[in-house]
Every structure is written in structure tokens, then in C-alpha cells.
Design a protein around this ligand. Sequence first.
Ligand code: ZN
Ligand code: ZN
Length: 280
Amino acid sequence: MSLIGTHVSAAGGIWNAISRGESLGCESIQIFTRNQLQWKAPPISESVAARFMAAWRDSSIVRVVAHASYLINLASEGKTRERSIASLVEEINRCEQLGIDDLVLHPGSHLGEGAERGKELVSEALRKVIERTGSARTRILIETMSGQGHTIGSTIEDIAWILEKVGDHSRAGICLDTCHLFAGGYELRGRSSYERLVRSVEKHVGSRHVGCWHLNDSKTDMGSRLDRHEHIGEGYIGSEVFTCIVSDPLWEETPCLLETPKEGPGDEGNLALLKKMRGY
Ligand SMILES: [Zn+2]
Ligand SMILES: [Zn+2]
């Protein structure tokens, strides 16, 4: 079955994320292993890593996914590029320390240089990162983006192109975000739209390379290219695609993670809804 969960805070010590997720009834969680808005992060000590892994082992959480810092931009050049590569290497090492197998990454923004050049830069940087973390097993999941500004990766084909260039499918895959896909122009309303999306994923990437889903409804209409998450079923996408995803045996053992607003129905409401949609 799909593993329903949400992004949880790691405030007060990263091990706290586990009990937060568990108290919400999560089967999977997503966390930042560091402050996502700062370049520098204090290293994770062995005792902190051990405490995190013990809490995870003793919990009902099956999978933990990490989300990389928002500052990383592999499509940049110059100093930011070097910083981004070093920072992603560090993020992978942190995941390795914590036993986390998947790290979600925003592919980046080409800053006006053009999408083709941007994709080249991203895939080149990813190859470097994979090379520098040779013995690691953590897989980088490139997230589908809404296409705002100069962001790269608003189509499955673009991400497939990058993955193809990277070459190592054991180390790189894809994260499908429903809000971003819809805002980027993918119709997701109705079962047939969902089936068309799955066919496109199978054709270009392969469903086995989908490391996780981000389940978010959208505050803005299809093709808006804006990134505004809404509670499940309360936005322009509506409920049906979420029922299709969480109940599809194709996503067996795949984290289906909420990044919906914390107010209103909150995590409790959205998680309960997803479990009802899945049927158990
Ligand atoms: Zn993201
Ligand atoms: Zn988003």
C-alpha cells in the first residue's frame, strides 16, 4: 500500500520528527535534516544519529524522506554552483548518517540562461555529486516544479532528460508533486487524466524511479505556474486524483507526503482524508 504521511518539523532535535509523525498516524514522513534556508549546518553527531535511528526503529514510521535546502541551485554558475554542489554532497552524507534513502531536490533555476543550458548544468552537477558520494546509497529525487520564473523541471520529460544524462538510476529518481504538476499545466482532474499522467511517467521515467509523491491541492488554476499549496480536495485539483494515487497498487511502499497548510483542517484532517480515500 501507499505510505501516507506528511512533512514534519525536526525542531528541538531531529529525533523529535519521528514522534511527531507517529502521533499524527503517519506511515512515512519528510524532514529537513538542517535549516533549509541557511548554507551552513552544524554536523550531525554520532549520538544524535543513533538517537534518531533508534526512535525510527521503535516507531510505526516505515520510510523517512529528506528534503534538501532551498538554497541549492545546480543550474547556477560560479560561486553559487560550487556552494550548491558542496551543500548537496553534505546533505547526502547527512542522509547516510541517518539511514535515509531518499533526498528530494528542487532542480534549480537557470537565471535567464535558458532551460537547455540549465538542464545541462543540473545534470553535470548531479554527476559530480554522485561521484563525490561514491559509496552512498541515498537516492536524489528531482522534484517536478510549477515552472515559476526560470525554474527547471516543470515537465516529466525535462526531468527524464536530466536522469538520462545522470545515468545512474540507483542514485537519482523523481518526486511527483501534484500541485506543481497541475500548476505546470498537467490536467489531473478525473481518473483518465491520472491514467494519462501515469502513462507519461512510465514512458519517460519508469514508475520504479518514482521515490515519492508530494500530495498537495492547488490554490491556483491549471497552468498558473504558481506554487500555492491547498488542503486536499479544497483547491482547483479536487479529490479524485488523490484517491487514484493512494489506492493505486503501483505506489506500493511509496511515500505519499502532504505539504499542505498547517491551519484549518491541518495535518490531522488531510491525513484522515487520504486514509479514507485509500479505504483503510
Ligand atoms: Zn519541494
Ligand atoms: Zn510547492
